[in-house]
Design a protein around this ligand. Sequence first.
Ligand code: VGL
Ligand code: ZN
Length: 211
Amino acid sequence: MTGIRIGERDVLLVVDVQNDFCPGGALAVAGGDAIVPTVNALARRFTHVILTQDWHKPGHLSFASAHPGRRPFETVEMPYGPQVLWPDHCIENTPGAAFHPALDVPHAELILRKGFDPAIDSYSAFYENDRVTPTGLGGYLKERGLERVFLAGLALDFCVRYSAEDAHGHGFAVTVIEDACRAIDLDGSLAAAEAAFAARGIARVRAVEIA
Ligand code: VGL
Ligand code: ZN
């Protein structure tokens, strides 16, 4: 047990703990709802917590339904590169886009929505999937003097993964809290995420290690 002491320069980034990513939702992640008590308990250890919310318009270009003849979980080429097509999910102002009802983080200081451009998906909380359009989160964290980014949420192999990589790219010390995440695991995406974390020195810990 390492016992990581959380302080004023640490932030917990809670990624996409939304109904559509939980069992019964449009893009359900197995066990997605099971992380909620862990996330709630973790959040109480942090002064600084940020929530992200996947937030798409109807007809978003990441939806298979926007591509005639295509099925969910196929990959297509977009102007910005390959894009997995998803079932319609997290449509703005719908119950599927709402946070899980048991998510209890009253002190969250920022709710960052992403994926609102109808033509570009955004897995990362820092950049859209063109990998160059910033969300502003990097600047927010730097201006606020935050230095270490801890991540929890859904899905480990998509939005958590790319958020972690981009946090690392911004120079933050990055730790993924593994048992506070769940993965989609599409065509080896979980193994790819784990390899990416290892390659970049992104730490992986369990929630119990956070003091
Ligand atoms: C996510 C696929 C599509 C995620 C969001 O939160 O990991 N995955 N939109
Ligand atoms: Zn999405």
